[in-house]
Write a protein that binds this ligand. Sequence first.
Ligand SMILES: Nc1ncnc2c1ncn2[C@@H]1O[C@H](COP(=O)(O)OP(=O)(O)OP(=O)(O)O)[C@@H](O)[C@H]1O
Ligand SMILES: CC(=O)N[C@H]1[C@@H]2OC[C@@H](O2)[C@@H](O)[C@@H]1O[C@H](C)C(=O)O
Length: 412
Amino acid sequence: MSDADILHAAKSRYAVGLMSGTSVDGIDAALVKIAGLPGTKVEVELVSFKNSPYPVRVRDEILALFDPEKATIDRVGRLNVWLGELFAEAALSVIAMSGLSPEDIAFIGSHGQTLYHSPEAENIDGYDLRYTVQIGEGAVIAARTGITCISDFRVADMAAGGQGAPLVPFTEYLLYGEEKRTLLLQNIGGIGNMTVIPAGCAAEDVFAFDTGPGNMLIDGVVTRLTHGAKTMDAGGVIARGGRPDSGLLSLLMQEPYYSRGLPKSTGRELFGTAYVDRLLNYQQEFGLTDADLVATVTRLSVRSIGDAYRRFVRDRYSADLLIVGGGGSYNPVLMEGLKQEMASLGVQVLSQEDLGFHSDAKEAMTFALLADYTLANRPNNLPGVTGAEKPVVMGKISLSNPGGDRERGAKT
Ligand SMILES: Nc1ncnc2c1ncn2[C@@H]1O[C@H](COP(=O)(O)OP(=O)(O)OP(=O)(O)O)[C@@H](O)[C@H]1O
Ligand SMILES: CC(=O)N[C@H]1[C@@H]2OC[C@@H](O2)[C@@H](O)[C@@H]1O[C@H](C)C(=O)O
């Protein structure tokens, strides 16, 4: 262990993690206290959490730029620094809320906003090209907060041949792994993603993948059916008033993504606007009410999670518990459906809240912890999860001043 490592391990440090997910519902900011040396057993405590919803104008611009036709270089460049400003404000705001000051914070880890994700390699002139675009300029965050910012994590994993996603399993393994129970951690954000942590396993044994749509189709359909008056099925109220259509559900489950082998990840490129257009056509074809359609896509999220467990997990590991996080855990119709679906497979379902954690904060906390590893120059990807050829150190560092200020947030 180097002198720097010993110093690092001896001190706990405050850090901020920032995340904006595929649902584009705002910026999640988590202020955490981290103790322990990266690469060994670290402890992370959530000090405060804040969601800062996007102003309508910003949300509309992000949604518009998901469409590659509209994402012209000037609009992407402008939004990159615009989001940098908003991420910086979100960080300062969660720091103020905690009663700490920016001088107390060692660093910020920021995921940014994904605009486009293309994890399958295209071979052009002999080069395997895979790419991903997260914006929210780290240099702006560092300049506005005066705190070193680590951002743009995914590209390093992709440069090593990985999918650049999912990244959360790395911290889930560190924070949740158990000796005796095999755990499934299911995030239901815009996209659904599952992490499998076998009982007593090593980091190499963890695997994870996107299960398919989480809330993305529910949000998409509700937004269209209500002409934008609603952007989600809050409390599952609409789905509760309808009935899932089994014929349409079977048809939707034929989507090839579900049977594609691991590693795999997906996003708006598949389950975005064009998919919602198709659902609205099916609504006519199958003669469904609005509520039936919402109930059907809600059930689709549930079914795709159960299906993923059957196809990719059950033969290798029998899971004891599925822990649900992300905004979908606040939808009771989704949760009841999932409890039923998983009970038939012998798996208990609990939410992060049932275990005393904070569903929304989990992803933001991840980026603080990943950034801690970046600064310690320790690998923070899981090749078994992303398909990368080797462990790499992900994250680009924007120093807040030429000398850096790593130590200033350290607390003995
Ligand atoms: N009270 C609620 N009732 C029903 N659904 C809810 C509720 N609160 C949040 N959601 C759903 O959760 C979504 C947001 O989830 P979350 O913040 O986990 O997504 P995300 O982090 O943007 O996505 P991803 O993890 O895919 O990047 C909302 O768009 C909505 O569909
Ligand atoms: C490219 C991208 O932004 N992917 C997100 C998305 O949202 C959920 C799922 O798809 C997951 O793969 C990922 O985010 C989390 C934070 C992850 O990398 O673990």
